[in-house]
Ligand binder design. Structure first.
Ligand SMILES: N[C@@H](CCC(=O)N[C@@H](CS)C(=O)NCC(=O)O)C(=O)O
Length: 223
């Protein structure tokens, strides 16, 4: 990617999975970017629900991405990913690998399954596992079971490529979307033992340059 691109600003949180997807995509495309970290809460200066960040994303959540090259501000990780692909993925390193209508639909359906289902179910499992003030086993069991169901569905899809990538033909933005959420299985205390393809994919994809660099970038911004 051309070196005259001004660094994009990726708004993130130290532990939040959603910004990692965007860092993976930017690393893959070698688009320069800086990470700006925010805290949970409503501190006016550094809180996600504080006035300063709400001026960037009125929903008070990360990721958000500011692009000084275009003036575009995006948030919601699906919209951010689509923006990056449209603007910077000139060689189609992240998009659907086939051109048929079925290829395009497959790409979108697996993206949306993460955004609407696997991600939120994992998030709710984490919430009831670690944060809800009142212990609620029913809610925890419900969300844990739903997350396991998502792993089972993903396992079936990954069998088609023997655990190589979520869509046939190599890694795409879909893999970037799933990586930080599937990685959260440990924090959510959900075992991947019953999903060998998911485990294989997570391990192999986690060793790619773009995934390692994305985590390092967030880590470096933290320290
Ligand atoms: N649907 C949103 C979810 C964003 C989201 O929930 N981000 C978390 C961090 S991974 C966050 O900002 N949480 C802050 C909060 O809940 O106050 C997306 O895909 O971008």
């Amino acid at each position: 990617m051309s070196s005259n691109i001004k660094p994009l600003v990726l708004h993130a949180h130290t532990t939040g999975p959603n910004p990692i997807k965007i860092a993976i995509a930017l690393e893959k495309l070698k688009v320069p970017y800086e990470v700006k970290l925010w805290e949970f809460g409503d501190d006016p200066k550094n809180g996600l629900k504080g006035a300063k960040f709400l001026a960037v994303n009125e929903n008070g959540r990360v990721p958000a991405l500011e692009d000084p090259n275009t003036g575009v501000v995006s948030w919601e990780s699906g919209a951010v990913m689509n923006y990056i692909r449209r603007k910077y993925d000139t060689e189609n390193k992240l998009g659907p690998q086939g051109k048929s209508e079925q290829d395009l639909v497959d790409f979108e359906k697996w993206e949306y399954f993460l955004l609407t289902t696997l991600g939120p179910m994992t998030g709710q499992t984490n919430w009831y596992r670690h944060y809800n003030e009142v212990k609620n086993e029913d809610a925890l069991n419900r969300y844990a079971a739903q997350t396991h169901r998502c792993y089972q569905v993903l396992e079936g899809q990954l069998k088609k490529t023997n655990g190589e990538s979520i869509l046939p033909g190599g890694y795409t933005a879909v893999d970037a979307h799933y990586e930080p959420w599937v990685r959260q299985h440990a924090y959510a205390q959900l075992s991947l033992d019953d999903y060998p393809m998911v485990s294989k994919w997570l391990k192999t994809y986690g060793e790619t340059d773009e995934v390692k660099a994305a985590y390092k970038k967030i880590q470096d911004a933290t320290s």
